[in-house]
Design a protein around this ligand. Structure first.
Ligand code: ZN
Length: 132
């Protein structure tokens, strides 16, 4: 793994969270994006080399909506940049980490995959690889 790519924060209302975080960072998100496969709308802020992703669920069945219902708003996942997502995913599975679903297109022009929070001390792990 190369670095932390971003930290994902689950929010109830993306519009109001965008306003809050725009004040916090003194800048607007550089991107907003609907990820249909995940039923979420996301926004991204660039802080130096780091990124923050805000996520709002688009339906009650969305994983983000369910998360918020159970645990409230807050840090939802940490995403790590990898060079070769297939290789790294296989490596983690061999190490006993429990994958959630397959590798798929994610927000911000990335290929992504997830590992269950149970596998990593209650933090959802996202791997992401830049799409060429
Ligand atoms: Zn993410």
């Amino acid at each position: 793994m190369n670095k932390i790519e971003h930290i994902g924060i689950a929010v109830k209302n993306l519009k109001s969270a965008n306003e809050t975080y725009s004040k916090l960072f003194n800048q607007d998100p550089y991107k907003m994006e609907v990820v249909t496969s995940e039923a979420v709308t996301t926004s991204f802020f660039q802080i130096g080399e780091s990124k923050i992703e805000l996520l709002e669920g688009n339906s009650p069945e969305s994983a983000i909506s369910k998360y918020i219902e159970k645990r409230g708003e807050g840090i939802h996942h940490i995403a790590y940049a990898v060079q070769d997502i297939e290789q790294e995913r296989d490596r983690l599975i061999k190490e006993g980490f429990q994958p959630i679903g397959e590798i798929k297109p994610g927000a911000d022009n990335k290929l992504v995959c997830f590992f269950h929070p149970k596998s990593a001390n209650s933090v959802l792990v996202e791997l992401c690889q830049e799409r060429s």
